[in-house]
Ligand binder design. Structure first.
Ligand SMILES: *Cc1c(COP(=O)(O)O)cnc(C)c1O
Length: 496
């Protein structure tokens, strides 16, 4: 059966999976969604013994139905290889009474690697399938982790160029160094004078700019996206939730069919949406708990049914979640509206015009699978400290937000189902915040000196990604104002 994709803002047009991946964003500004979420066609009993790569195939073939078996298996093999520092790709670690699914064992030590190590292969395969002759320009806005993971994935991939925009003062020192040292003839990195939402809205505007599209095409280029608006990023993220459940079953941590709650540290709503899709595919997932930092726009949304971005943007110690416009929420809005493209467009228009919208009571009723929570900066710090003191496990700041929220949720709801926490980054990536949460005196120390201290505290080897930046040469120094992104792109592509 061929699964088709539709835009959240248009009921008419359909696209194949490979077309949707190539485009990234639909022409009307909507996001591509499958017309229905396919069910798994293998049993948990079968999944139990599968490797990560085999699980990836079992899940992804249900969504990317116009890829041949050979194509898809080829993409998977090239993505999930020795770039990861463990053969299991996404290890499960029991911390106290909670299971942490470690998604940070790839090249750039954050969970974005889970999808961005395969997206370049999906995209170049899709280009071939669709006889695309243009060079593909990947345009990406990043709150820190996507940028580096996308750069690493696309560096020197033939037929592609990649341009990454990041907020100048909105990422950690390690994140910034990782990006500005990126090698590859086809890579560009730009610091914008603004925050992540400025970068993301700017990129979206470039996608929707018809005049620019024409100029690009004349120069032999077309845009695509490596952000989680691209369905080619979302689908690979479903895999690890299926995998985690199957492994818990194999290790006899849960019984067949037993429901598992999942807490996800959330920014753009991509990772948690993938967990929701996994649930719809048939994985026994109970509640999906959406964990926010002080930019708690999603927490408020789940409480009230009103999404309101009119508030102060806070820079926190979990910068990859410093987001006020969670673009993937649109896919959930579309689902709970009963796939009503008109309603979805209306609400998104309100978001654009007034910075807020309110869903109907009927739509709110359909949010029962979700719960929301948030952690303040103090609570995030305390979570790192307490879990370390109790168990010796060192969490990064993003994971700590989820850890705090998962415990609060348990306490307040009395829901005692087993809990999986998505661990989204290595503590090495946010070493200063992590170490000063463990002990205040570290706050004075140099970021690089702290790497050795973290190694001692955590018994985790210093990852290759960190060793790399210790000797890195800075290769990208470009900056621009948030309203000059178009000129910057044209400049980079030498379009006049
Ligand atoms: C991107 C990111 C998140 C947020 O994920 P979304 O899919 O945007 O919700 C959380 N933690 C880390 C470390 C990230 O890089």
């Amino acid at each position: 059966m061929n699964l088709l994709y539709k835009s959240t803002r248009n009921a008419e047009h359909t696209a194949t999976a490979s077309e949707a991946i190539l485009k990234g964003l639909a022409e009307d500004g909507g996001l591509f969604v499958p017309v229905q979420i396919p069910k798994l066609d293998v049993t948990m009993e079968e999944l139990k013994t599968m490797s990560y790569q085999e699980t990836a195939y079992a899940v992804m073939k249900q969504f990317l139905t116009d890829f041949t078996e050979e194509e898809l298996k080829g993409c998977i093999a090239r993505a999930y290889d020795s770039k990861f520092d463990t053969e299991v790709i996404a290890p499960l670690v029991k911390v106290g009474d909670t299971y942490h699914l470690e998604l940070f064992h790839g090249a750039t030590i954050a969970f974005k690697d889970m999808a961005l190590s395969i997206l370049p292969h999906l995209l170049t395969t899709a280009a071939k399938k669709n006889q695309v002759k243009n060079e593909i320009v990947i345009l990406t806005a990043t709150s820190g982790d996507t940028g580096k993971a996308a750069l690493a994935g696309f560096a020197d991939v033939p037929g592609t160029k990649i341009i990454v925009f990041y907020p100048k003062n909105g990422v950690s020192r390690v994140q910034e160094l990782q990006m500005v040292m990126q090698k590859g003839e086809n890579t560009s990195v730009v610091a914008i004078h603004g925050n992540f939402d400025n970068a993301q809205s700017g990129v979206k505007a470039l996608f929707e700019d018809k005049e620019l599209e024409k100029e690009l095409s004349e120069a032999g280029y077309q845009f695509s996206s490596a952000n989680s608006i691209n369905i080619g990023r979302l689908v690979p993220q479903i895999v690890y939730y299926v995998y985690a459940y199957a492994k818990l079953l194999e290790n006899e941590e849960i019984a067949d069919g037993e429901e598992l709650n999942v807490t996800v540290p959330t920014g753009n709503f991509g990772n948690i949406l993938a967990a929701y899709y996994a649930k719809q595919m048939g994985v026994p997932i109970g509640k999906l708990i959406c964990a926010s930092n002080e930019n708690k726009v999603l927490f408020d949304f789940f409480q009230t049914g009103t999404y309101d971005r009119n508030r102060k943007f806070v820079l926190t110690s979990s910068p990859s979640m410093d987001i006020l416009i969670s673009s993937n929420l649109e896919r959930l809005i579309y689902t709970i509206s009963g796939q009503d493209a008109k309603k979805d467009s209306e609400l998104m228009e309100q978001l654009k015009e007034n910075g807020k919208y309110e869903i109907t009571a009927e739509m709110k009723e359909k949010l029962k699978d979700f719960a929301g929570g948030y952690a303040t900066e103090e609570e995030t710090k305390a979570a790192i400290h307490e879990v370390y003191k109790k168990t010796g496990y060192v969490m990064d700041t993003h994971t700590a937000v989820a850890s705090h929220v998962s415990r609060e949720y348990r306490k307040e709801s009395g829901d005692n189902r087993k809990m999986l926490v998505a661990s989204t980054a290595s503590p090495y990536k946010f070493v200063r915040s992590v170490m000063s949460a463990i002990d205040e005196t570290y706050a004075q120390m140099d970021e690089f000196a702290l790497i050795g201290e973290l190694e001692k505290a955590s018994n985790m080897d210093v990852p290759g990604a960190i060793k790399e930046i210790l000797h890195a040469e800075i290769r990208h120094t470009r900056e621009c104002d948030a309203d000059k992104m178009k000129d910057t792109v044209k400049d980079i592509l030498e379009i006049r």
